[in-house]
Design a binder for this molecule. Structure first.
Ligand code: PEP
Ligand code: MG
Length: 327
């Protein structure tokens, strides 16, 4: 199988109904960027900038951030990179900020990610400046994590824009364009898409956090890992609603949670009208193979039926459907 998938490196993920699916990779460290070429992916759909902070003993300085972002953009060449601003706090606590965060009852729902960044503006300003400088002459894609209401996106965007203006006033070379997006991983944000979407250049659905919040089930606790499934009708109905809204609004929408790297789960996502995935590099081959064997138009129709009257076992239903069609 591995050799078979490797052979797909230069093959485009086009489904049987002719739809080109965008398959990107998730990354976090300088070394991860090699995965982009090895896997033959379309870009980096999620660059987790907090990784540099997690592996460091002290707060990475602006120069170190700038160097990393520049290296990543250079390595990616013409392929797009989506930089997610700091998602620290919660399960990704860093020692040099822990004291400030204090003891939290529910760190996943606590002072983390954009909440922390908007309160500690200095962090975000330094990062914004590093990103803008690193992308001089190129397109910069910035994405904000854990947005729960549209105003948070507005505030974060304004913060980055203020840095852009400052750098412009000081005669720095700027990115050719800055594109702004956010993660949808807090369920409440899905209720505000009519307000939010017109402001976005792109959206990315973080199904890791989204499912933990939808099911009130800690993503890090193995004892409850079996209690729900990414193929639960509740999740699929939720995602279909989001996908319909973003497709209608014409906002490119990616799923960047682990779910998208599993063939059956990814198949379900395509059946919901989602056509952009950002996944672990090791999964690119198997996902391309799945895409190329799939008639997504037929699956979309079938999915509507299943979501109206959910089968007892969605995984089995999807597997049976795929097996019947491949003979
Ligand atoms: C997610 O929550 O699905 C996601 C992609 O982000 P992270 O796993 O870094 O929280
Ligand atoms: Mg997340």
């Amino acid at each position: 199988k591995r050799a078979e998938y490797a052979a797909l490196r230069d093959v485009e993920p086009i489904s049987k109904c002719g739809k080109r699916i965008t398959v990107m990779v998730n990354a976090g460290l300088r070394e991860d960027v090699a995965g982009l070429e090895v896997a033959g992916a379309d870009g980096i759909g999620l660059f987790r900038t907090e990784f540099q902070f997690l592996v460091s003993d002290t707060l990475p300085r602006r120069e170190a951030q700038l160097r990393l972002y520049k290296d990543v953009l250079d390595a990616a060449g013409k392929k797009p990179v989506i930089f997610r601003t700091l998602d620290i706090g919660g399960d990704k606590a860093v020692p040099y900020l822990r004291q400030e965060a204090g003891q939290e009852e529910n760190p996943a729902m606590g002072w983390r990610a954009l909440r922390l960044a908007l309160d500690r503006e200095g962090l975000m300003k330094v990062q914004a400046r590093a990103l803008i400088e690193a992308a001089a002459g190129k397109v910069l894609n910035v994405m904000f994590p854990m947005v729960s209401e549209p105003w948070e996106f507005d505030e974060a965007r304004a913060l980055v824009e203020a840095q852009r203006v400052w750098l412009e006033d000081h005669h720095h070379m700027l990115p050719s364009e800055i594109r702004y997006g956010c993660m949808l991983e807090v369920p409440a944000l899905a209720e505000m898409l009519d307000v939010l979407l017109p402001r976005l250049d792109f959206l990315s659905i973080g199904t890791n956090d989204l499912t933990q919040f939808l099911f009130a089930a800690d993503r890090a606790d193995p004892r409850i890992a079996d209690r729900y499934d990414w193929l639960s009708p509740a999740i699929l109905r939720f995602l279909r609603r989001v996908s319909k809204a973003t497709n209608e609004a014409g906002v490119p929408t990616t799923v960047c949670g682990e779910m998208g790297g599993r063939p059956i789960e990814a198949m379900a996502l395509l059946g919901l009208g989602i056509d952009r995935l950002s996944i672990t590099p090791a999964a690119v081959g198997s996902i391309k193979a799945m895409v190329r064997s799939l008639d997504c138009g037929a699956l979309e129709e079938q999915m509507d039926e299943w979501l109206a009257y959910p089968p007892d076992d969605m995984r089995e239903a999807l597997l049976d459907w795929a097996t019947q069609r491949s003979v």
